[in-house]
Design a protein around this ligand. Sequence first.
Ligand SMILES: Nc1nc2c(c(=O)[nH]1)N[C@H]1C(S)=C(S)[C@@H](COP(=O)(O)OP(=O)(O)OC[C@H]3O[C@@H](n4cnc5c(=O)[nH]c(N)nc54)[C@H](O)[C@@H]3O)O[C@H]1N2
Ligand SMILES: Nc1nc2c(c(=O)[nH]1)N[C@H]1C(S)=C(S)[C@@H](COP(=O)(O)OP(=O)(O)OC[C@H]3O[C@@H](n4cnc5c(=O)[nH]c(N)nc54)[C@H](O)[C@@H]3O)O[C@H]1N2
Ligand code: SF4
Ligand SMILES: [Mo]
Length: 733
Amino acid sequence: MKPMDNITIVPTGCCHDCGGRCVLRAHVRDGKIIRIESDTGEEPQLRACLRGRAYRQRVYSPDRLKTPLRRVGERGEGKFEPVSWDEALDEVAHELKRIKETYGNASIFFAAGSGNQGMLHGAIPVGAMLQAFGGFTRIWGVASYEGALFASMATYGTIRTGNSREDLLNSRMIILWGWNPANTVWDPETTYMLARVKERGIRVVALDPRYTDTAATFADQWIPIRPGTDAAMLIAMAHVIVSEGLEDKDFIEKYTVGFDRYKDYVLGREDGVPKTPRWAEAITTVPAETIAGLAREYARSKPAALIAGWGPSRAARGEQYSRAANVLTALTGNIGISGGYASGFMRAYSSRETAPGAHGSGNPVEKGATPRKNTLHKLRGGTNPSSARIHSAKVFDAMLRGRAGGYPADLKMAYVAASNFVNQHPNTRRGVEAFKALEFVVVHEQFMTPTARLGDIVLPVNTFMERNDIAPPWLGSPYYIYLNKAVDSLYDSRSDLEIVRELSKRLGLPPGLADLSEEDLLRGIAGARHDIKDYDRMKRDGVVKIELPEPFVSFKEQIADPEAHPFPTLSGKIEICCDHMGEMKNPLLPPIPKYLTHSESYDAPLAARYPLQLLTTHFKTRAHSTWHNVPWMREIEPHSVWMNPEDAAIRAIADGDLVDVFNDRGRIRIPVWVTERIMPGVVNVGQGAWYDPGADGVDRGGCANVLTDDDHSPSGTHHMNSALVQVERALSG
Ligand SMILES: Nc1nc2c(c(=O)[nH]1)N[C@H]1C(S)=C(S)[C@@H](COP(=O)(O)OP(=O)(O)OC[C@H]3O[C@@H](n4cnc5c(=O)[nH]c(N)nc54)[C@H](O)[C@@H]3O)O[C@H]1N2
Ligand SMILES: Nc1nc2c(c(=O)[nH]1)N[C@H]1C(S)=C(S)[C@@H](COP(=O)(O)OP(=O)(O)OC[C@H]3O[C@@H](n4cnc5c(=O)[nH]c(N)nc54)[C@H](O)[C@@H]3O)O[C@H]1N2
Ligand code: SF4
Ligand SMILES: [Mo]
């Protein structure tokens, strides 16, 4: 910290749940942040995006929750009275004890969100407290990546796939499939590397129903593709490669199992339908020549990186797309080599081996629960290790139907921390109904979100500018940021840790982690990481960048010496055909990747009434619902539904009109952006806008999850990009 002109520059960072984790330098004068800078060091910098730079408007927002609140009206009505911390915490402790005694710990649902990505604050201490209190019911099925994780485990037996970002410079060709890091970041150096890729003239192709900022900035070619049909295109690319003998035969022979089985499907020997580019054109709308051209180019441009994003897999049958992409990288031998890329989960360098959602064992409620048979847990992985968990898409249904509906618990209370749960999970209107049916809801929040509005007690939490924390990168890069406290907690807010400390006393819990000081806890966290060598230096600098001897290349050892380093699958090889999936005998989980349709596919009967496919992408101006209420962000890109001019014309809709986007689950009313940047037949509502229904039930906030389907595929993947909708001009405001 360097004082000058009464200004102290505090090295800190940004750690909400976007794909970043960036350096911030808070300029503080008289206890107030007056300016925010970012990384000014050597490239590649951990440079903050527009959201991080606008953080002052979030810290000093007039809407910050200032005191603990107790509900006075009906739940969800939004009427609260301020109460003291003692009153609020007494009530929470009393309700926790009452509910535990009356119904048992499994009736407590812990809605742990991603709002804070530091390792000390946010949902983590709350989970530790509830665990010490006897446990809780929680979710499996992480909205982010469940399909990709499942496919990665099935193919490689691990989630550590892909190469370091700088290794992209060694590729001869890069395919960005359903991936938009210009907005979603995926580690701050990604766009820097893509810019260098472009400077070097390496060919970049982007496949996305939208002409994304990434495609516009970095790609030589944009291929629009109909949502939910990517598996068909990838399988047709395999058809071209196999029928023209372009596959890497030695690689397939040495490192994979199941190629013949896949070949039979691809060539049509299994079901009489050869999966030709012509076949795929009818499904995907991508011209057969484009499909064949891309297949040949990819197979001949070794080393080439096919990076398959999570967006297309966050959809019904999304795991098939991920599997088909993984298998294509194997057919072309682009795995384990510099410049290649094992498409999979996309976690390259990491000091963690487990899936982010899978941590935190030892929940007493899950002890003795039967391990699930029909899940990938059997293959070592997945985030569903126990029959005591509820899929995150099904929580609302579980709250409403409980054990009688086949769920493991009758849920009576929700403990919400760092999550805008109701807004961020599919079928939000049902979510509101479900939360209203509970006996007690407590929410730790910074703002009165749509979920906090459903609280009985709402506790004001401070921001990362008001406490110390350490945050690992979001995904796969070698560094940590240290978030030094820049200012004191505003108003009467406290950290989650401080709340847990007070509450633990009231619950009579033995002294635990929460009794140690913040500093000791952070030293402990750093000490447990083999790659953090110097805590004090990291704290002083606000960041530690870890020098790797060379760029990380996943599966390098497996390829160099397969005898000594088998793949961690059952066969020890890359599984093009996964027998374990075959054993499940589920037609929706075939052992080889297949193109499968579903009830909200473009060609489903429902499309007669709801002919548009809705995407609910991650949005430039927000991390999920965080930053929604920051005016600077609203100015940059107002919330709207993206629609192609062709679709607008047939509906007599003009750019900027207020429109209704609707299906049987609900209706939202927002302005339309008529743009060529989205293909015909597809509309996009960025996820994360706050649910704000009028008396007529129409959501003026434009929350995408009013429209999404609360079902999941057998892999556990969400259907957030698989909703059919109609759009019409709004009749009133
Ligand atoms: N700004 C911002 N960044 C974020 C986040 C955020 O909320 N805001 N959230 C972070 C988190 S937690 C996550 S999990 C990640 C998510 O990161 P992603 O899942 O990669 O993000 P999305 O925007 O949902 O999807 C990426 C792209 O997939 C495209 N897409 C959707 N469906 C299909 C399809 O069927 N086929 C094809 N080819 N493309 C399709 C979308 O148009 C979009 O451009 O982002 C992280 N980064
Ligand atoms: N339709 C659709 N829905 C989606 C997605 C999609 O692609 N489409 N993506 C999904 C994905 S990938 C994810 S990860 C989820 C994310 O969903 P959530 O985890 O619910 O994320 P946020 O909406 O950002 O809500 C986080 C909340 O935490 C609060 N917060 C921030 N810091 C702290 C803190 O230190 N302590 C406490 N107590 N609170 C804090 C913020 O104010 C914010 O309200 O959304 C999912 N929802
Ligand atoms: S929102 Fe994400 S990318 Fe932007 S500054 Fe924060 S951590 Fe970095
Ligand atoms: Mo996510």
